[in-house]
Design a protein around this ligand. Structure first.
Ligand code: SF4
Ligand code: SF4
Length: 378
């Protein structure tokens, strides 16, 4: 089913989701930053804003336009809601001579994510595979993941650090959504082309104030998507990438990048696929209770590789190499897929603008192959 929804009727989608008891989470502004948070009204969206992104640079700017989704991804990811930065797993309370376990019975809402980009859908799929389909199922992730309704937004204007085309993950959402929206402003007006991907999506479509899409709207959306493919801010040559990185374990490029890398871990915290955690046990000063907490961790910290006797990766070089090689090579051996979806966040939010695509290209060129390929393209 494909519908056209006039922009003035977008609220009917929100109202229908709310009447179906969904808590809506979507992009909104907070302290001049674009974040994902609970929203209830279309006016909560960053209407008329767009973003400028480059290595180590993010600016949210007023476009003067009326579009609801004229920006791409910011520093937040949906994993905040599926795999939160900090989570109490359980608590122990003293009871007589022993302890009783108080389980974390936090209520999990039925949620609708609005504005999920194609690369982000792929990132959720990757985390599903790792946290639900592997040998160890994460029960907490499973609880958060169920009852999620995904409203995808196709990217007609990719960001300055996006490279989803290289990773085969975007800019159009092709699966993993309940509804997918393309926002169009043309001679016919300002409207959304909406398609359903699931039965739950179809049910919502029947309730909103749309009309059947005509061929013109469908062709316009197709054209915008094709144009978007050619506007990617970055490109990553993934040919033979696993072998390339394994072959270059001792490349001098790791030293070069390590001189810039602050080991701050920003790149891992903004990445929608990174899933490393640390478990902390915290006891109260009154010695009557203790809790176990799960927190996001980063392979850029010394403690992350600490085993008996010390840390395995003591240098900045070793930690950056571990991160990049895991993302693009050993992740494939581990899980049968890449650990990168090309969202560009690690480039934008790196305070010194280190660029994963540039680092891979530098390693390629050090073998004399990247340069030849670039020459051919010119
Ligand atoms: S690559 Fe950039 S974001 Fe990542 S740890 Fe180094 S300085 Fe921080
Ligand atoms: S490695 Fe960088 S570009 Fe790739 S998914 Fe993570 S944040 Fe996005």
């Amino acid at each position: 089913m494909i519908l056209v929804l006039e922009s003035g009727n977008l609220q009917s989608l929100f109202d229908t989701l709310i009447s179906e008891k969904y808590q809506i989470i979507g992009p909104t502004l907070d302290n001049s930053a674009l974040i994902y948070d609970e929203i209830t009204n279309v006016d909560d969206l960053p209407v008329g804003y767009t973003d400028e992104q480059d290595g180590g640079r993010y600016r949210l700017v007023k476009s003067g336009g009326k579009k609801y989704f004229d920006y791409v991804v910011g520093q937040h990811t949906w994993k905040r809601y599926l795999y939160p930065p900090e989570k109490k797993l359980f608590e122990l309370k003293r009871k007589g001579d022993g302890f009783e376990i108080v389980e974390n019975k936090q209520e999990i809402h039925k949620r609708a994510f609005i504005g999920v980009r194609a690369c982000e859908i792929e990132a959720i799929r990757i985390q599903d595979e790792i946290l639900l389909e592997g040998p160890y199922k994460d029960a907490d992730y499973e609880r958060c993941r169920q009852n999620i309704f995904i409203v995808a937004v196709n990217c007609v204007r990719p960001g300055g650090t996006c490279f989803c085309v290289s990773m085969g993950t975007g800019p159009r959402a092709t699966k993993g959504f309940d509804l997918a929206i393309t926002e169009i402003v043309d001679n016919s007006g300002h409207y959304f082309l909406i398609e359903s991907g699931t039965k739950a999506g179809e049910k919502i479509m029947k309730e909103i104030k749309g009309k059947e899409a005509d061929q013109n709207a469908i062709e316009t959306a197709d054209r915008l998507m094709k144009e978007a493919e050619n506007k990617m801010g970055r490109r990553l040559d993934t040919d033979d990438i696993k072998e390339l990185l394994y072959r270059n374990f001792e490349s001098s490029r790791w030293e070069v990048v390590a001189q810039r890398c602050l080991n701050c871990g920003n790149c891992t915290l903004v990445c929608p696929t990174c899933f490393c955690i640390n478990i902390e046990d915290i006891s109260g000063l009154e010695v009557n209770s203790a809790k176990r907490v799960r927190k996001w961790d980063s392979c850029f910290t010394l403690d992350h590789s600490y085993i008996y006797g010390g840390s395995v990766r003591t240098s900045a070089k070793a930690r950056y190499r571990q991160w990049l090689t895991h993302k693009l090579a050993s992740w494939i051996d581990q899980f049968g897929m890449s650990g990168c979806v090309g969202c560009g966040r690690c480039i934008t939010w790196c305070p010194v603008g280190i660029d994963i695509t540039e680092e891979v290209q530098a390693i390629r060129e050090s073998e004399g192959k990247g340069k030849i390929m670039a020459d051919k393209e010119e």
